[in-house]
Ligand binder design. Sequence first.
Ligand code: HEM
Length: 538
Amino acid sequence: RGPDTVSPTGQATGVDQAKMAQAGSYLTTAQGNRLYDTDHSLKAGPRGPVLLQDHHLREKITHFDHERIPERVVHARGAAAHGVFESYGTATKITKAAFLAEGVSTPVFVRFSTVLGSRGSADTVRDTRGFATKFYTAEGTFDLVGNNIPVFFIQDAIKFPDIIHAGKPHPDREIPQAQSAHDTFWDFVTLHTEATHHTLWNMSDRGIPRSYRMMEGFGVHTFRLVNAEGATTLVKFHWKPKLGVHSMVWEEAQIVGGVDPDFHRRDLADAIEAGAHPQWELGVQTFPDTPEQTFEGIDLLDPTNIVPEEIAPVQPIGLLTLNANPSNFFAETEQVAFHPGHLVPGIDVTDDPLLAGRLFSYIDTQITRLGGPNFAQIPVNRTHAPVNDMLRDGMHQTAVHRGVAPYRPNSLDGGCPFQAGADTGAYIEVPVRVPEAEKVRQAPDSFADHFSQPRRFWLSLSPVEREHTIAAYTFELSKCYEEAIRERALKVLARIDPVLCEQVAAGLGLPAPEPSEPLAEVEPSPALSQVGQEWPVD
Ligand code: HEM
């Protein structure tokens, strides 16, 4: 498994060495030399100066000095668990992915997170939650790197640094640590109105989940599946929690955040330890892969859109069970590296411009965060498929590669031992036709409607969810120092719904503006309300 783990002299390296950490009955240095004392520095007499020659002292302190690695630039605060994904086989008509064949069980590692706060921030803040799953399949690793909200703030990855700069603490005072109640956040989302939909989800009860175990998860982007015959289908991935979808109310979140800022990670770990293994069903909404890549007028490449489940039902394809806690937070939860480009045969990407930027970003940031290009060798990141990657050397290389010719074809190393080609079960990108067009920095016209989908979401909420949402907007906007931003936010709300706008305006003591354009005519989608969302009801 993984890169070569045995050196030419037969000594264990890499993962085996990692397993050996803390083995044996004696306290030792990192070199395995036994120690007789680790509590006293070597000194010239009991009251004398400490001697520079004390290697154990220097090794222990030097290692401690370097214990921290940079936290993730986003999603820094998280908790994770191991589990298993069991496929129902219901997706075999649309994908050749081996782990989705009937009855296949695949080990997984799942990390949940908040987005904006630092590693030590509270779990209970109003924020989007990450829901990232690593499937260790026989064909290589597949990562489904999603969120608990099905839409995103922006339509093009080039704005990602901007939205994150706006959402993170103000650069002068470094506050607020993890909440959306501040000027730059509201400035951004009211000037970039494609953020309206995601912001509305954040202000709804979805922004303060009761538990990681009670959240939906979404792949957000549209993906392209391909079956054994080469036929393609566009899909959106959904995780449906068996425990239903539940939130805290705001006051609960405030109390819990004060009493136990680790509430969500404790809840997940305690539940798993007690044998209450949380479960989600993975499902797909399917759409014909037409050249337009739209469904019922909805642009499937626009990540600010959902497709209502009433017109495209979620079809279950497998069951995820989280059944084991990590044994070491740093080794596993902190060092795990997800990437939306970790794909297996049968699953491909689409031209969603947000997804394109993500495909670049994750590996780039992980090279810094995890200290060089060899983080795929860290045990939690190791694929469960054999690796012959011709990648060599680099910081923290733990494999001892053999041979002299890491290229192919070669005429050394006994010829090229590794096969490549279309008939080897290799990953082959779907040969989608690239449009013939002029190079432009421009969004398509179909990305221009920023208000119909938020209005649909608002109309789908139950009265109590609407009440909570009004209270959330009122509270968060009341924290803005700039009145102009509050006024601009009300103009955005006027285009979602007059009641929402009037009630928030009343709470802020400001006049409610009229909508600048007629309101979109949309039908509610009951599946968007949390109320009564048990999946499946059994
Ligand atoms: C991390 C989801 C958009 C850059 C994450 C994580 C999740 C996630 C779940 C945490 C992974 C973990 O637990 O380790 C999403 C979703 C997006 C999105 C659902 C939109 C639909 C973007 C975009 C970019 C980006 C557009 C950049 C262009 C990052 C980076 C990290 C990250 C740099 C930190 C990765 C690490 O240090 O390991 N994202 N993200 N994300 N995301 Fe995204």
